[in-house]
Write a protein that binds this ligand. Structure first.
Ligand code: MIC
Ligand code: SF4
Length: 642
């Protein structure tokens, strides 16, 4: 039987397990990336493993999230990451060089390779034909140390693209359409593989927009073939040597097929507060707006910015709108500066931000109270912008730019014929902001800088025979890691300080949660469907662990968060019968009387609701290896013990 692209890459990197959907597989990882908000923790974990040099082909540490330095904390973190990287064989991308996913695509990504990154949008690399996945920091640390990366073997969904995008319809509209079809949980346990005649009509940056935002489907990753367009992109980046052709066999079998005719798509927006609440612009209608933010790892390529510049040229941003621009990389900025497009953007009145995540992660530019913000980003969760009652709509750069001028949500098709934009045959290449590691023989000369913001990695205890705790929190469906561990300019600087972060755990849902955990000496969290979707931040597991959370019981989970819970030694339990969710109230007394013995034997776990006098059957969503890990008290203990 023929194979799909993803299956071919998995087969070439398989180190353990069988390629049967749902089975635990261990993969060899060629490349890793980290960013600064998850990187400090990942490198503390790497240090704790005691491996002197990374064993990957290429590992890169990016600084792009915590770049607003309103105190010493972020700068301390940067110094820590820079020195730890130089010492241990990791390339360091300095602040100012750009957003990890955009820079990695430009300078390091390669078809056929495996990449894991401590950021959920790592699948951006799928635009180049890589198997690129988001992971918890600890998993990245293990991969840097040469260990396997474990995932359940995904099912493969074929997304067959036919036709060609109409003028002013964008790659963003393709992924918004997929989100409309599949929802934020429709991709869980799957790889989205794009094929069909329509693929040829999309450039690498456009493909990367689609694979990037595939993260919002909950998918393990998304991938495009590696073809002539890929070759052209890599050659233009001076890296033609890493190109290989890659496509699915003609007789490859898929678990599911979705047909999308690109010619039929129209400009769309994801409405507040979820990336899958997708409507066409005509359905939303004429809506006055307050802010437009163009950038983020989804839409900050040269192609995106050139389109934006062509719309803004000679115009002025409407008085009621603030327009911000953040390019994805120094390469993009520099090209715009040299070809004059930046002048068109500045002249129109856009506010130019540095090339970093910026407003996407709430690092500044919070909208006004109740403000309506159009953003080219990938997430519009409640409160993520920094303003709790802001209404964030996710749109393409074209929609954002034309709306910024009009002052209200506007369909770019009203502009008539678009200006044709040709991608360069040679990009401006200057890697002067990428600091290579020192040779192994000199590693002892590097002293790792640990400012007061760098706190030691929190330790976890081995599993006890039984657990008796209260249901300290009950939440509904689609809880994101932004709910569990919020980000934003005030909290992000403390990503390496778990005790400090713990004061904000679940603040979006219930500000009294941390206090209650302290008073009750920890507890159990009850969740609905797709618990822990969104970001890969392992802080959403480490902080609850610090607060004494021993288990989560939910209807279903998002993949990365489920793995992060296990890595932190928290048991991810699933209701066998979803209706049992209704049989537990917040503050009920719960007991898992035989949990250790049960996990040693398998995945069936019995819960006693002491308050209600009921027994509830649960399944631990843990592989054999993860069960051993949870019994040891998490991945770090397990790695040390083995
Ligand atoms: C995000 O988009 O939410 C982030 C910030 O990039 C996160 C990582 C983090 O929380 O540091 C992600 O997507 O994984
Ligand atoms: Fe940065 Fe936003 Fe992309 Fe996350 S989604 S990596 S915060 S730009």
């Amino acid at each position: 039987m023929g194979m799909t692209i993803a299956q071919k890459i998995i087969k070439a990197h398989l180190r353990s397990g069988e390629m049967k959907p749902g089975e635990d597989i261990g993969l060899h990882i060629d490349q890793t990336l980290t960013q600064d908000a998850t990187g400090t923790m990942a490198y503390l974990e790497f240090e704790a493993m005691g491996v002197p040099r990374v064993k990957t082909e290429r590992s890169v540490a990016y600084i792009d999230h915590n770049t607003l330095q309103s105190g010493f904390e972020n700068a301390d973190d940067h110094a820590f990451i820079r020195t730890v990287a130089q010492k241990h064989g990791i390339y360091y991308s300095r602040p100012g060089n750009g957003i990890c996913h955009q820079v990695h695509l430009e300078r390091f990504g390669a078809p056929g390779k495996t990449l894991i990154g401590s950021d959920s949008h790592t699948p951006t690399g799928g635009g180049l034909g890589m198997l690129a996945m988001g992971a918890g920091g600890l998993d990245v640390a293990v991969a840097m140390g040469g260990g396997e990366y474990h995932i359940p073997m995904p099912k493969i969904t074929k997304i067959n693209l036919t036709g060609k995008l109409s003028p002013w319809v964008s790659a963003k509209d393709v992924i918004l359409r997929v989100l409309q079809i599949l929802t934020v949980k429709g991709g869980v346990g799957k790889i989205m593989e794009y094929t069909g005649e329509g693929v040829k009509t999309l450039t690498v940056p456009e493909r990367a927009t689609i694979t990037n935002m595939g993260a919002e489907l909950g998918a393990t990753t998304s991938i495009f073939p590696s073809d002539e367009n890929t070759k052209h992109f890599l050659e233009a980046q001076g890296r033609g040597d890493v190109w290989i052709p890659l496509e699915a066999d003609a007789d490859a079998e898929y678990d599911e097929v979705i047909e999308i005719n690109l010619s039929e798509l129209e400009p769309m927006a994801a409405c507040p507060h979820s990336p899958d609440k997708v409507e066409s612009l005509s359905e939303i209608g004429k809506m006055r707006i307050d802010q437009c933010c163009i950038g983020s790892c989804t839409n900050s390529s040269l192609l995106d910015m050139m389109r934006v510049a062509s719309i803004l040229k000679g115009k002025t941003v409407a008085p009621n709108v603030d327009l911000t621009i953040s390019c994805g990389s120094k390469q993009v900025y520099n090209t715009l500066a040299q070809n004059g497009a930046l002048a068109d953007i500045v002249d129109a009145g856009a506010r130019i931000l540095e090339c970093a995540c910026g407003p996407c992660i709430g690092m500044g530019q919070a909208p006004k109270s109740g403000g309506i913000s159009l953003r080219t980003f990938n997430r519009n969760f409640e409160g993520r912008s920094g303003t709790k009652d802001a209404q964030v709509y996710l749109v393409s750069p074209e929609v954002a730019a034309v709306s910024a001028i009009a002052g209200y949500l506007t369909d770019p098709r009203t502009l008539g014929e678009p200006i044709e934009i040709k991608l360069p045959d040679e990009y401006l290449i200057n890697d002067n902001l990428i600091v290579p590691p020192v040779p192994e023989s000199e590693m002892d000369s590097i002293e790792v800088m640990r400012g007061p913001n760098i706190k030691p990695f929190p330790t976890s205890e081995p599993l006890t025979d039984s657990i008796e705790k209260k249901a300290v929190l009950k939440v509904g469906d689609n809880i994101t890691t932004d709910h569990i561990m919020p980000a934003g300019a005030k909290i992000l600087p403390y990503r390496s300080n778990i005790p400090h972060l713990s004061q904000f755990c679940f603040a979006v849902c219930d500000e009294t949660f941390p206090e209650r955990c302290k008073a009750e000496n920890g507890g159990i969290v009850i969740g609905g469907m797709n618990y822990g979707q969104g970001s890969s931040r392992e802080h959403a597991a480490l902080v609850p662990m610090y607060l004494g959370i021993k288990a989560v019981i939910a209807k279903s989970y998002a993949r990365i968060h489920c793995a992060n819970l296990a890595n932190a030694g928290i048991i991810p339990l699933q209701f066998n019968n979803e209706a049992d969710y209704d049989g537990i109230d917040q503050m009920d007394e719960l007991s898992l009387p035989n949990v250790k013995a049960e996990l040693a034997a398998g995945t069936a776990v019995t819960l006693k609701n002491i308050t209600k006098g009921t027994d509830i059957e649960l399944t631990a969503l843990l592989t054999d290896r993860e069960r051993a890990m949870v019994i040891d008290g998490g991945l770090l203990n397990y790695t040390k013990n083995h």
